[in-house]
Design a protein around this ligand. Structure first.
Ligand code: GLY
Length: 381
């Protein structure tokens, strides 16, 4: 793995230099906003919809930048967004399972980097909210509010790390056990025999039996929404990291092998759905960035002889994203284009609908992947 990393050292540091340069310009414009996508090249702001699930990805980006550069303004903007999120944390009916994404990328990162006790308390509160969504009769964490009692989605594998973190914090495995029960149920009922995954599974909330497998954000039921596959790769890799349960690593590898095979057909830039019709041009760069992060985590976890398969996969994706999706000039505030929110438009005029455009989480995971590669390079030097 060391030789593979060193062969790509100048590529990795070149991309990082581009990120650093671009970040300075856009951070001084976005400041403590809550961007989601760009409109005419400028990031929008979702502060009027504070419980929107992507509202702290910019915060996460600011913390990655602060960790690497030490620039104080990044920290100040991130902490200011976190405080604004307090209104959401105390608005119970607005909270959903994505409290994991929202407070992992804000309060947990803040606490880990600065030791801020208030941030720790916010993250523990978010973990408590997430735990309370666990359905004991069904064995799953409920995703959304409203008439969706039995609905669980693959994305939640990225929320459960908040529970693992909370258990370490309070030295009590009760949060971890909820995360593991949800991960076990997901492993059994979402991952198909060929390594592809369902986006949504509707369970009977009284006994956990499968009632329906709707289409979700992919092309159709039974197809393969690429971001869903990426949440599974990275989510199961993280569940293994926090629990040491080998089945989770095996699950991450199985989905990764399937995703890598699909990616090899399209030059390592993901289609929006790996099984979409051949005449569709919808891509999803965010799925690539998330998959790359997951592959790097798998590479860290497996024995030496297996590492290069996953690391090379991650590098192939990041190189492809850099070559055909990255925007390094000032024509757009996003770092990546070619992100797609969902295959079908549910409301074409809604501002959450993005097709081959910018997605703030695509930017975040692309930068996270480069930070992970930089860290590995440092360790292998
Ligand atoms: N969690 C929703 C999405 O990935 O679009």
């Amino acid at each position: 793995m060391q030789a593979l990393l060193q062969n790509h050292e100048s590529f990795i540091s070149g991309v990082w230099d581009n990120i650093e340069k671009k970040a300075e310009t856009i951070a001084n414009r976005i400041k403590d906003g809550m961007p989601f996508t760009t409109v005419n090249g400028v990031y929008d702001d979702w502060q009027d919809n504070a419980s929107w699930w992507t509202n702290t990805f910019w915060t996460g980006t600011l913390w990655l930048l602060f960790k690497e550069t030490g620039i104080e303004s990044y920290k100040q903007y991130a902490q200011s967004i976190e405080k604004k999120m307090d209104a959401v944390l105390h608005d119970y009916d607005e909270l959903h399972h994505d409290v994991g994404f929202m407070w992992l990328l804000s309060s947990v990162l803040n606490y880990e980097l600065t030791g801020d006790k208030e941030a720790r308390s916010r993250a523990m509160l978010a973990a408590s909210v997430l735990s309370s969504r666990f359905n004991m009769a069904g064995g799953f964490i409920r995703a959304w509010n409203g008439d969706y009692a039995g609905w669980a989605i693959i994305d939640c594998m990225m929320n459960v790390p908040l529970l693992y973190w909370a258990s370490v914090q309070c030295k009590d495995d009760r949060f971890k056990y909820i995360g593991m029960m949800h991960a076990d149920k997901t492993m059994k009922d979402f991952i198909r025999a060929d390594g592809s995954v369902n986006h949504i599974v509707v369970f009977d909330e009284n006994n956990g039996e499968i009632l329906d497998i709707p289409r979700g954000q992919g092309y159709e039921s039974g197809s393969s929404w690429s971001r869903g596959q990426s949440w599974a790769v990275y989510g199961f890799a993280q569940s293994y990291h926090w629990t040491g349960k080998t089945e989770y690593l095996d699950a991450a590898k199985r989905v990764a092998h399937y995703a890598l095979t699909c990616l090899s057909q399209t030059g390592y830039v993901p289609l929006c759905d790996y099984r979409q019709p051949a005449d569709s041009d919808l891509l999803d760069s965010s799925a690539g960035a998330i998959t790359a992060c997951g592959l790097i985590e798998i590479a860290k976890a497996v024995p030496e002889a297996e590492k290069s398969l996953y690391l090379q996969g991650a590098l192939s994706i990041i190189k492809a994203l850099d070559a055909s999706c990255a925007i390094w000039d000032n024509s757009d505030e996003a770092f990546l284009t070619n992100g797609t929110s969902a295959f079908h438009l549910s409301n074409p005029k809604h501002r959450s609908e993005v097709r081959n455009g910018a997605l703030v989480y695509g930017d975040y995971y692309f930068i996270e992947a480069i930070c992970k590669l930089k860290e590995l390079l440092k360790l292998s030097a």
